[in-house]
Design a protein around this ligand. Structure first.
Ligand SMILES: Nc1ncnc2c1ncn2[C@@H]1O[C@H](COP(=O)(O)OP(=O)(O)OP(=O)(O)O)[C@@H](O)[C@H]1O
Length: 232
């Protein structure tokens, strides 16, 4: 039987981003080319200000691009309207941030189910099952009714990962996911990401931490807005 070709989920062709402030224009991303296929696990390293977050925000549809072409899951994003972009963003992308971005006055379970709010067709039983599965996956079910302030940083990041995976998105994007964690919790988050990747998740992480970046089978470097692949 013929093996199916993995789908290209992220396809950037000559993507650039200029920030314009008055008469000054700053090229944060210069002609970036990047193809990420289903099941990839990739890191992008780079010094502070090299353009990593800007690039990740373009990929996550949080930032528009100034030039080039970006197809996400075969959708030509530059041709889509804001409403279509927000559906694509919600359905296809799970985000993990350095500072967790949990809402302090919601419980763990309420935070985790936030991405489900657009899915009106879910029964309450299915809703509860998804929250339970996501929290079980990251080992945080017993804290379902706790508030973020009652959790350690490592636990908060695991809750944020549960929120990122609850919709079963095609891609998980993480911006410095271990940036606020000690060595032990960083290792836990990395092994959780590796386990998710082994069960099929496609993961793209930006980090300035070389020890973390080196753990990925696919590695890129950002240098003053220019993206290049490292052959490891
Ligand atoms: N909204 C904005 N307006 C103007 N310039 C911006 C804006 N966002 C980012 N920049 C500039 O673009 C460049 C790249 O920023 P970016 O945040 O992508 O870098 P980074 O590699 O993620 O850095 P860090 O690791 O410090 O977060 C920086 O020089 C930054 O000042």
């Amino acid at each position: 039987m013929q093996k199916s070709v993995p789908r290209t989920l992220i396809n950037l062709q000559n993507v650039s981003k200029n920030f314009v402030s008055g008469k000054v224009s700053y090229h944060a991303v210069r002609n970036a080319n990047l193809q990420i296929t289903e099941g990839d696990m990739a890191s992008i390293r780079g010094t502070s200000g090299s353009g990593k977050t800007t690039l990740l925000c373009i990929i996550g549809l949080l930032e528009s691009l100034s030039g080039g072409q970006y197809d996400l899951c075969d959708f030509p994003t530059t041709q889509l309207k804001e409403k279509q972009l927000s559906i694509l963003r919600n359905k296809n992308i799970g985000w993990i941030f350095q500072n967790f971005n949990l809402i302090n006055d919601l419980t763990v379970a309420q935070n985790v189910c936030a991405p489900l709010r657009y899915n009106k067709s879910l029964s309450s039983k299915a809703y509860t099952a998804l929250v339970t599965d996501a929290l079980t996956e990251v080992g945080m079910l017993e804290k379902a009714n706790a508030f973020p302030s009652q959790l350690s940083g490592g636990q908060q990041q695991r809750v944020a990962i549960a929120r990122a995976i609850i919709n079963k998105p095609d891609i998980i994007l993480a911006d410095e996911p271990t940036g606020n964690l000690d060595k032990e919790n960083s290792a836990k988050v990395m092994s959780l990401l590796q386990r998710l990747n082994q069960s099929g998740a496609t993961i793209l992480v930006v980090t300035h931490d070389l020890d973390i970046a080196n753990m990925f089978p696919i590695q890129y470097q950002m240098d003053d807005g220019t993206l290049s692949r490292l052959h490891v």
